[in-house]
Design a protein. Structure first.
Length: 609
């Protein structure tokens, strides 16, 4: 049942292809396929099991969404919902937490996958192998092609939203699909739509989801020839039928065989040939159609699952906002009470004599309430009088709680320079150490995210290779595994201490070298390999390697320089010899010249003994 050439219909979807879809679907055999019947039962039960295992996380996400980011959570995946525009932020009175989520997610986005500067390089996983120029050129060209695909697709907009999901929910799965227009396209399911499961290595190897599509979207994504009869009928009728929604099921998992029970005992059936490591199936959820909407096989994992903090065998991650949830609940309650406090101070509840029960009364400006004050009684008075000192106390406590929320979401890390208080750093080393202290807790999160970015980049690389959009690989790279090296701002910030240490060392060595020359003692700089130091310093500072000479070029330049010095020193040495001979010839010495004394020849004196 695999599509010809293993091309999924959604890889070709576009407005142009949708416009070419016929009104009537081509005739096909509607008899239910035995293998699909087995798979349908399996898919429905598997997604039900995944839903049960996700239940506690799903309930927790509802609370996180209510207090941090309600717009990115779907409580129930139900078709034809007409209340999607209803208010969703009723629990939020103070928006400090929402702004902190924006700062944290934007900080990670700009720090790990910035769209404005390079953040990764292609390399090899065997550092003891020295590549030739062809290998280096291929790696540089391939890395540039991958970066071009990412920049021309929706990758960066998807990652911006993914880091928000990561900050709030602790998990953000990303689908990486081949696309006819963008080469690669990325999809980010919403919290409440997806399900995840771990493999034996405790890494995500299964992703499922339930999501809604209307009839037009189903035809656009899967083409009319792959749609079941019910969808075809709605497509033919048109009008409002095109907006009718269905729940689509989706499962990606390792491509193990299923037992075809009911046919013959032990029969193994497959929808995807066993040469593929992964299989993907789309189908109409809860509707047993004659065939699935789409079946595809993958040789490498077609999705990545970004997660913050991991615990044991949990498939879903823990988030920063989980740490700040208690503080956020507190500040929302305190903000509500503060509003009530102000309201009672400005418009307090009023008391009145019973005789005013049927008389007009008002607390509005310029209005009059007539009361009887005979006998010294109050006719109209506030029942509750607030203490102004309480306002200062509750305002200060709200500020303290908001500061804790911002600390949980690393606002002080990503706004380090802007919010730096007190005595400013005296030098670059002190500033770097402050940054490193703030980044220490984010270090494990950065490593986990980069592992999943490996999956995304390798998947894009596989798409380019299968589309023959890469240069032929040189022989020097045959059989050598590739490796992604990250040079993002956050990774460079973690390495900045190494740069500062090297800089201080070289500055100190320069001073010692000058002092040694002045004292006439051996130069201590002779103990430092300056060529290797330059290479290491360039690597630490992410200096473009193409701007450095290769060792072969350096050796060639040294030879040219040595020959030039020899050529320059030859005439100088000859002239020095002539000048020396002339000086000896003109120097008197016992009636002879110094030259004749040396050669043993004299004009009138005795020869030298």
């Amino acid at each position: 049942m695999l599509a010809p050439n293993n091309v999924a219909p959604y890889e070709l979807m576009s407005p142009t292809l949708l416009a070419q879809q016929p009104i009537d679907a081509p005739k096909r055999d509607e008899r239910n396929d035995k293998n699909w019947s087995v798979y349908f039962t399996y898919l429905e039960s598997r997604i039900g099991s995944l839903r049960s295992w996700r239940w506690s996380w799903w309930a927790y996400w509802a609370v996180l969404a209510a207090f941090f980011m309600a717009r990115r959570y779907i409580f129930l995946v139900v078709a034809n919902k007409m209340w999607r525009g209803s208010p969703i932020n009723n629990a939020i009175m103070d928006t400090t937490a929402q702004k902190s989520v924006g700062t944290c997610s934007a900080g990670m986005w700009n720090g790990l996958t910035p769209s404005s500067r390079p953040w990764f390089d292609m390399g090899i996983a065997l550092p003891w192998i020295t590549l030739d120029p062809d290998g280096k050129a291929w790696l540089e060209d391939t890395g540039q092609r991958v970066k071009t695909v990412l920049s021309q697709s929706n990758f960066y907009t998807t990652m911006h939203q993914a880091f928000q999901d990561l900050t709030v929910f602790g998990t953000a799965p990303i689908l990486i699909y081949e696309d006819v227009e963008d080469v690669a396209r990325f999809y980010l399911p919403c919290a409440g739509e997806y399900y995840l499961a771990n493999g034996g290595r405790l890494a995500i190897n299964t992703m499922a989801r339930e999501f809604t599509l209307n009839v037009q979207q189903i035809v656009d994504m899967f083409q009319i020839k792959n749609c079941p009869a019910e969808i075809v009928t709605h497509w033919q009728n048109g009008g409002t039928n095109l907006d009718r929604e269905y729940i689509v099921g989706h499962l990606i998992e390792p491509n193990f065989a299923l037992d075809g029970r009911g046919a013959r005992t032990g029969e193994k059936i497959r929808l995807v040939p066993e040469g593929f490591a992964w299989r993907e199936i789309f189908w109409l959820k809860g509707t047993k159609t004659a065939r699935p909407l789409s079946v595809k096989g993958f040789r490498i994992q077609p999705f990545a699952a970004l997660r913050c903090y991991l615990v044991a065998n949990d498939a879903y991650g823990r988030s920063f906002c989980m740490d700040a949830l208690g503080d956020n609940k507190q500040v929302q309650t305190e903000t509500l009470r503060k509003g009530e406090f102000l309201e009672k101070g400005v418009r307090p509840p009023m008391g009145a004599d019973p005789e005013l029960k049927n008389e007009p009364a008002s607390t509005m400006p310029s209005m009059i309430t007539y009361t009887n004050t005979s006998g010294g009684k109050k006719g109209f008075w506030p029942l509750f009088e607030v203490n102004p000192a309480w306002l200062t106390a509750i305002t200060a406590d709200i500020a303290q709680v908001n500061a804790r929320i911002e600390k949980c979401l690393f606002v002080d890390t990503f706004m380090a320079i802007t919010r730096m208080a007190g005595v400013q750093p005296r030098n670059e080393l002190e500033l770097t150490k402050r940054d490193l202290e703030r980044l220490q807790e984010l270090g494990p999160v950065v490593d986990l995210i980069e592992k999943e970015l490996d999956v995304i980049i390798m998947r894009v690389l596989d798409i380019l290779e299968r589309r023959r959009m890469l240069l032929p690989k040189p022989k020097s790279l045959a059989g050598i595994p590739l490796k992604i090296t990250y040079v993002s701002i956050m990774r460079m910030a973690q390495r900045s201490s190494e740069y500062v240490g090297m800089k201080d060392f070289l500055t100190t060595m320069g001073g010692l070298s000058s002092a040694a020359k002045a004292a006439g003692v051996p130069d201590p700089l002779r103990t430092v390999n300056l060529d290797k130091t330059t290479t290491k310093l360039a690597d630490v500072t992410n200096f473009p390697p193409e701007l450095l000479f290769t060792p072969q070029e350096v050796a060639a330049h040294d030879q040219v320089r040595a020959k030039a010095m020899q050529a320059q020193q030859g005439p100088q040495q000859a002239m020095a010899a002539v000048d020396a001979a002339k000086t000896l010839a003109e120097t008197p010495m016992g009636g002879n010249t110094a030259l004749s004394a040396i050669t043993g020849q004299g004009g009138g004196g005795a020869p030298a003994p």
